[in-house]
Design a protein around this ligand. Structure first.
Ligand code: ADP
Ligand code: TRP
Length: 321
């Protein structure tokens, strides 16, 4: 089984990224041949500063390795180190109906936010399709917001196979219901575009502040809270604390008499503890950037070899050679 996923270097990674995509991806590396990459070509649709892209790319590499991506088990690389993916994108664009891309939520959301779209932003799902198809991927672990893009990939692959004969494996998205949408500090989906994130890594003080600022309702502590399971702090606690501990806080909130401040303090302590090992690993890696660069270089060589085989197959089947 080939498992593949990518993450954009377009900002600091947050716990939504971690539980929605990184953690499932890291667990899956035990179950098949995993290919994980830093989608720096994709980041070009929204980040227009070279230094920022370079820094963010290194940041994602450090974060992912610190969180448990094991280069002995997974192939880890930068998207742009496999330029074959750009050629495959062209082959796929010619079979991609405009309507399919016009219907993509992420594109429509960005339009609605007033972003003036470039062609890259519009064509982004086709590059994503090439990323997936070029490794014969079977399973794509992502958060729910990326599901539609994997469906677009399937549509394009089916069209290509119909037009030119069996070429591509049809991939399946893998979305964990329990973490499909991690809430941010304001209760909306956690996302760097909503400025409601809790970072995975960072300084203790500002992170504690962020958690203490989680938006709660104005009911007094003594009032019972029958909908305690909907509370953002409880939802986040379930991710970072043992099950019985999270259940206990939920029951105390439901019963009444618990102040939100105490709940948030407990959430911070569990969150801080949850990422303690990763934090130590990240500091170690920061002092060993040669190792990190070597991991990406080795990963790129392995990924490129596989990509070249699939691209070759596609080129032959569509009559380019
Ligand atoms: P952002 O919304 O912050 O820009 P990205 O779109 O770069 O995040 O997402 C990177 C990966 O993390 C994707 O697989 C996405 O589905 C997942 N992800 C992002 N935010 C969340 C969230 N709040 N809950 C679950 N998964 C998420
Ligand atoms: N579009 C994804 C995101 O923003 C990143 C990505 C690019 C990706 N190519 C991919 C994810 C291929 C999975 C498979 O999060």
């Amino acid at each position: 089984m080939i498992i593949l996923s990518g993450i954009q270097p377009s900002g600091t990674l947050h716990v939504g990224n971690y539980f929605g995509m990184m953690h499932p991806a890291i667990e899956l590396q035990e179950q098949g041949d995993a290919y994980y990459f830093i989608a720096n070509y994709h980041s070009m649709t929204s980040v227009f500063d070279a230094g920022e892209r370079r820094n963010n790319t290194l940041g994602v590499a450090l974060d992912f390795l610190a969180c448990g991506l094991d280069p002995a088990k997974s192939v880890f690389f930068r998207q742009s180190d496999v330029p074959e993916v750009c050629e495959l994108t062209w082959l796929l664009t010619t079979l991609t109906p405009m309507g399919l891309l016009e219907r993509c939520h992420s594109y429509k959301d960005k339009l609605a936010k007033g972003l003036s779209p470039n062609h890259g932003l519009f064509a982004y799902p086709v590059l994503m399709a090439a990323d997936i198809l070029i490794y014969d991927s079977n399973v794509v672990p992502v958060g729910r917001d990326q599901k539609q893009h994997v469906e677009v990939t399937r549509d394009i692959a089916i069209k290509f196979n119909q037009a030119y004969g069996e070429t591509f494996v049809i991939p399946e998205p893998q979305i964990r219901d329990s973490v499909a949408v991690v809430p941010g500090t304001d209760g909306q989906k956690m996302s760097k575009s909503y400025c409601n994130t809790i970072d995975i890594f960072g300084e203790e003080k500002p992170l504690r502040k962020t958690i203490m600022r989680l938006v709660m309702d104005s009911r007094p502590p003594e009032e019972p809270k029958p909908n305690a399971d909907q509370n953002i702090a409880i939802q986040l606690l379930r991710l970072v604390a043992p099950e019985d501990v999270a259940k206990d806080w939920e029951e105390r909130l439901r019963a009444g008499g618990l102040g939100y401040g105490d709940l948030k303090k407990a959430l911070f302590e569990h969150y801080w503890e949850y990422f303690a090992e990763a934090r130590a690993k990240r500091s170690e890696l920061e002092n060993n950037l040669d190792h990190v660069n070597q991991v990406l270089k080795d990963g790129a060589a392995k990924a490129r070899e596989r990509a070249a085989t699939v691209l070759d197959r596609a080129r032959k089947n569509c009559g380019l050679v």
